[in-house]
Ligand binder design. Structure first.
Ligand code: URA
Length: 224
């Protein structure tokens, strides 16, 4: 909850607020209620994920890794599953792949707390193995509710598992990326997983093309 309050304060600062009055009614009660609703929905989903035993991963994880960021974000990233560091910290993309994601965000002129970041699976598969079909099915409703709650303008899927799950197309990433898809009316831009970029730096260029595509969908300028 503390992280979400911090994100909310950053969000208010982004909107140009210089002071936050804790003991006064908000100026725009409608917008504030909406933000409060989204935070509350996320918090209750996070608690549900913490106690989830729908698949065996609930019994082997250290922490569930629900998601992080601005519940009003225009851009949402969806990765695959927590790794060792994420499992220990309870936060998505904090390991080496996460540091690369932060650098990609910076190159886009964005901060981590301006976007929303989630994974297809909320619990770490032992030994970082690939997600299994039953695990994706068992965890799907959490991601569905996260997407519904944030309702971003653009979703960027990282790696083939989240792209295939969201788009319902089982094809190699090389066939999915390079164009804009849709999930329930939201633009979806599939790209390479940052961990794959660490192994194969040649994919950094096509990934940057995907990020430029996202910036143009968001009508944001591309940092020079
Ligand atoms: N890889 C992912 O897909 N998600 C994480 O949170 C970390 C690494």
């Amino acid at each position: 909850m503390r992280q979400e309050i911090r994100n909310y304060l950053h969000y208010l600062m982004d909107l140009g607020e210089e002071e936050v009055f804790l003991d006064q009614p908000p100026m725009d009660e409608g917008a504030d209620a909406l933000m409060g609703d989204r935070l509350q929905t996320m918090e209750s989903l996070r608690r549900e994920a913490e106690g989830c035993r729908r698949c065996p991963l609930g019994g082997t994880r250290t922490n569930s890794v629900f998601g992080i960021g601005n519940p009003h974000a225009e851009l949402m990233f969806i990765g695959e599953a927590p790794g060792r560091e994420e499992d220990l910290k309870g936060e998505p993309f904090v390991g080496a792949a996460g540091q690369l994601l932060d650098r990609i965000l910076k190159a886009m002129g964005l901060r981590r707390d301006e976007v929303y970041i989630a994974n297809l699976l909320k619990c770490r598969p032992p030994g970082n193995r690939d997600p299994q079909h039953e695990e994706i099915e068992a965890c799907w409703h959490f991601l569905e509710r996260q997407v519904e709650t944030v309702h971003p303008r653009v979703i960027c899927t990282l790696g083939s598992y989240s792209a295939s799950a969201l788009l319902g197309i089982h094809a190699p990433l090389s066939r999915l990326r390079g164009r804009v898809h849709a999930f329930r009316g939201i633009d979806v831009v599939p790209t390479y997983h940052p961990a794959a970029l660490l192994r194969n730096p040649a994919w950094k260029r096509p990934t940057w093309e995907d990020m430029q595509r996202i910036l143009s969908l968001l009508e944001r300028s591309i940092p020079g």
